[in-house]
Design a protein around this ligand. Structure first.
Ligand SMILES: Nc1ncnc2c1ncn2[C@@H]1O[C@H](COP(=O)(O)OP(=O)(O)OP(=O)(O)O)[C@@H](O)[C@H]1O
Ligand SMILES: [Mg+2]
Length: 457
């Protein structure tokens, strides 16, 4: 069976010719009755019956005539009523369209705006379900995003992935023109629905064109009684506005993200060239001071070293911030080397990487690892007076691990260290964040190993 597209004939009103036909028929009828009476009745009837016979012929004739004419009139009446109803529907449609235009002017990001367009389209047409497919930028036949209306999130979850643009949806995409069907299953391009898909029969799909560019495709299904030509006309008008709204939203989003990107780059540059360089200079001055001034007392020296360390931490933080601004991915190995180098000469430090899975580390995880390692190394140097420190990376499919081992003096870990010691506690907290853990093994006069472990997921 071919797809059944219903054609509503526009109704031309045939009133004029009928008026003439009726007038002529009335005259011809009276004339005919007279002729009939004269030739078929009068010669065979006695004079006294003539009036009666003529009356009977005229009454019967008038009766038939009236029946015929009023029949036509009531048909006309019906046609007029139908035309009125249709006009009313069209007027309602246009009113709804106007309201829909207002409703489409929401604020929000591109995503919100497109979602709103689908919702408004569904309400406008009285369709039970609506969807809007956005295509891949470089490939104009593949659906990249699919917005729906009328289906709950739970229902969607049971249906599996979004359609990719095969079948009927693709048919609209390829032909770039509206398709309206009573039963979408009857269309040759229909490939059927996945399991748990709600029942859908009547269908109206059309492209959203803006300046001859496809902004998306709108699909409406399940309207009671199916979609009419009038529905299609209204939706086509709506589609033009919707396309313009989406194009506009996309334009602003692009501009905004471009501006944001530029702004972020600028902030990053300023931080790097300004704040970071100043901090670096200050740290160098402090380190020089500690190294060159011999009259410094132990307390001052210790304080200056602490300040220098704090500035080092701050620089690491800022570097991370800059990297996150530029949303560049971070290589843990490079970042670690970079961070350790900034701590001073690396003669006492070795690094070992068993595998390259660290390349999968999320920048946030790297951030926490680096700050933890920085603390462990700093402790090994300042408390353990270690001469060798090893930073060792290895991982499995479940988790990753970094061990900082030193050959220093070791210590006895205190379960509740005083409030002045934050380093170890902070490491522990940073690992907790990733459902990971910190472990310290220490032997007096032998050294300390700090183990940082976290699962990948
Ligand atoms: N590698 C290590 N070798 C020897 N002692 C260590 C080592 N790591 C930690 N400690 C001991 O554990 C204590 C707690 O360390 P933690 O890093 O928490 O505090 P802190 O280094 O004293 O101060 P903060 O880190 O808050 O500046 C240290 O004071 C030190 O006595
Ligand atoms: Mg410490």
């Amino acid at each position: 069976m071919p797809p059944s597209i219903d054609h509503h004939d526009s109704n031309r009103s045939p009133v004029k010719p009928w008026r003439w036909i009726a007038t002529i028929m009335a005259m011809a009828g009276v004339g005919g009755a007279m002729v009939l009476f004269h030739y078929a009745a009068a010669p065979y009837l006695p004079q006294g019956w003539h009036d009666l016979a003529l009356a009977v012929i005229l009454i019967i004739g008038t009766g038939f005539f009236s029946y015929f004419v009023f029949g036509i009139l009531s048909q006309q009446q019906k046609a007029v009523t139908l035309a009125n109803q249709r006009l009313e529907r069209q007027r309602d449609g246009l009113t709804a369209l106007r309201e829909a235009s207002y409703a489409m002017t929401t604020v929000g990001d591109w995503h919100d705006i497109v979602q709103n367009v689908v919702d408004v389209a569904r309400k406008l047409t009285g369709a039970r379900y609506a969807a809007l497919a956005v295509l891949e930028v470089d490939d104009s036949y593949t659906i990249s995003q699919f917005f729906t209306s009328g289906i709950s999130a739970e229902e969607m979850a049971t249906m599996g992935p979004f359609p990719t643009g095969r079948g009927l949806l693709g048919e609209v995409i390829r032909h770039r023109r509206p398709i309206r069907l009573k039963r979408l299953q009857d269309h040759p391009a229909s490939v059927g629905f996945p399991p748990n898909h709600p029942k859908m029969e009547s269908f109206l799909g059309l492209p959203l064109l803006y300046q001859n560019q496809v902004m998306g495709h709108l699909y409406l299904t399940e309207k009671e009684g199916g979609f009419t030509t009038d529905d299609q006309a209204i939706v086509e008008l709506f589609a033009r506005q919707a396309a313009a709204v989406i194009a506009n939203a996309r334009f602003y989003q692009d501009r905004e993200s471009f501006a944001t990107l530029k702004e972020r780059e600028r902030i990053g540059r300023d931080l790097h060239d300004g704040v970071l360089q100043t901090l670096y200079g200050t740290t160098l001055s402090i380190d020089n001071l500690v190294d060159s001034v011999e009259t410094l007392d132990a307390f001052t020296t210790k304080e200056l070293v602490r300040i220098s360390e704090t500035l080092g931490l701050l620089m690491t933080e800022i570097r991370f911030f800059i990297q996150s601004l530029e949303s560049t991915s971070i290589d843990f190995k490079i970042a670690l080397t970079d961070m350790l180098r900034r701590q001073g000469p690396m003669d006492d430090i070795a690094m070992e990487f068993d595998d390259t899975q660290y390349l999968d580390l999320h920048p946030e995880r790297i951030h926490d690892l680096l700050l933890s390692i920085q603390e462990a190394v700093s402790n090994a140097r300042s408390h353990g007076h270690a001469s060798h420190i090893l930073v060792h990376w290895h991982s499995t499919s479940e988790c990753y691990q970094v061990q900082v081992t030193d050959d220093g003096e070791g210590f006895v870990p205190q379960p509740d260290a005083t409030h002045t010691h934050f380093g170890v506690r902070n490491i522990s907290k940073r690992m907790d964040k990733w459902n990971g853990s910190m472990d310290i093994q220490s032997r007096l006069h032998e050294g300390t190993t700090v183990t940082l472990t976290a699962p990948w997921l």
